[in-house]
Design a binder for this molecule. Structure first.
Ligand SMILES: *Cc1c(COP(=O)(O)O)cnc(C)c1O
Length: 379
């Protein structure tokens, strides 16, 4: 039996354990400590962000960002539809309503023209959204400038969900650092991981300070426990921040490995009929967090789901592209601006195994399996 090849697995280097041992040796096991401070600073150096607060997950970071903007009951928040549910769930935590915006075909990310039209329409009825959450999907930056411009025109703050895009660029800078706030994830399947964790960044120190305050149960400065606001238990632990520091040192290698996976796949599979890889926009580099492609079933001979199941029989884990949020049962009642492009990408899209620790043999197995699936129809 072949060993399973998984979609994206954690990949440690040798430094993480040293940092973790240091946390043990100094007994900094708490959600405060020197690794957290250092991780936040080093994260700012790597991304160019002004300030950063390390938290327990990317989802927590989004929730804090919405809370900082006073998003509340009845408010609307615009959100990319083609993404993981974690992007939009915090909108619901706050009692607000997501309005989903479709993708464009060149980036698979939020269509700037649709966003502008939607803002214009909402402005006319006096119901502008409290925020826009922009996702940089699969490590591909959205076209940030026109999106920022549209948000600026209507004075709506932009939150960037760069959970999958740490190490990507947009015109030479890090996605996640353009909007009022940005968030990143260190979940186990992301580019770098702390097993679980996230980061909230902003150029506004007061926002990041308030995020830290809210993330540690909103404790007022007092010797006794005093609270004048509702807080959360969202801080990252010092032990996990140690893992993050080690991981940050190898971020460039991890991105290079993922891009290498994509390049090998493209070279060896690009000629298959009906197979088209997720495009890379000319304004920057994608992390290729996952190598994604679309399959035209008529040209290829099988559809996305048949291919996924055939891979599974070979112990190879592939995944459909995210099911758009406007198609999710839980968000069925929510407004959606367009959605056909994302629906199409979902119907045709497949993610290949993409971990930074895949071996040449692993890649070859995936490639051979894909070619075998295609040739099955001639049998
Ligand atoms: C992983 C992910 C998140 C959530 O991050 P967690 O750390 O798992 O909470 C949010 N948005 C996107 C696009 C993601 O891929």
């Amino acid at each position: 039996m072949n060993k399973p090849i998984l979609l994206s697995t954690p990949h440690m280097s040798d430094r993480e354990l040293e940092f973790v041992k240091e946390a043990f040796a100094t007994n900094w096991i708490a959600p405060v400590g020197p690794h957290i401070d250092a991780f936040e600073q080093e994260f700012c150096q790597v991304t160019g962000a002004g300030y950063a607060a390390a938290v327990s997950s990317g989802t927590a970071a989004i929730h804090l960002a919405l809370r900082l903007l006073d998003v509340g009951i009845g408010d609307e928040v615009f959100c990319s539809t083609l993404t993981f549910a974690a992007t939009a769930n915090p909108i619901a935590y706050q009692g607000a309503k997501p309005v989903f915006i479709d993708s464009d075909r060149t980036t698979w990310n939020m269509n700037p023209d649709l966003l502008r039209e939607a803002l214009e329409k909402k402005a006319r009825i006096g119901k502008l959204p409290k925020a826009v959450i922009l996702v940089h999907l699969y490590g591909q930056s959205a076209d940030i400038e026109p999106i920022l411009a549209a948000c600026g025109e209507y004075d709506v703050p932009l939150i960037e969900d760069a959970a999958e895009a740490l190490g990507a660029t947009y015109k030479g800078r890090s996605p996640g650092t353009f909007g009022l706030m940005g968030i990143y994830s260190f979940n186990g399947n992301k580019i770098i991981t702390t097993s679980g964790g996230g980061m909230l960044v902003s150029d506004k120190p007061e926002l990041v300070a308030k995020a830290r305050f809210l993330a540690t149960q909103a404790r007022d400065t007092a010797p006794h426990y005093q609270h004048s606001e509702i807080g959360f238990n969202y801080r990252l632990s010092n032990v996990l921040a140690g893992i993050g520091r080690g991981q940050l040192q190898v971020l460039c290698d991890r991105v290079a490995s993922r891009r290498h996976n994509y390049e090998v796949y493209l070279k060896k599979l690009g000629d298959l009929p009906g197979v088209e890889f997720m495009p890379e926009a000319n304004f920057g580099t994608s992390t290729r967090w996952l190598t994604c492609l679309t399959i035209d079933s008529e040209a290829f001979g099988f559809d996305r789901e048949q291919i996924r199941l055939a891979f599974a029989q070979q112990q190879i884990e592939t995944r459909p592209v995210w099911k758009p949020l406007h198609m999710q049962p839980v968000f069925a009642e929510c407004e959606s601006i367009g959605g056909e492009v994302a629906a199409d990408l979902f119907a045709q899209g497949l993610c290949l195994p993409s971990g930074s620790n895949l071996t040449d043999d692993d890649l070859e197995r995936v490639i051979n399996a894909f070619r075998d699936i295609h040739s099955l129809q001639f049998k």
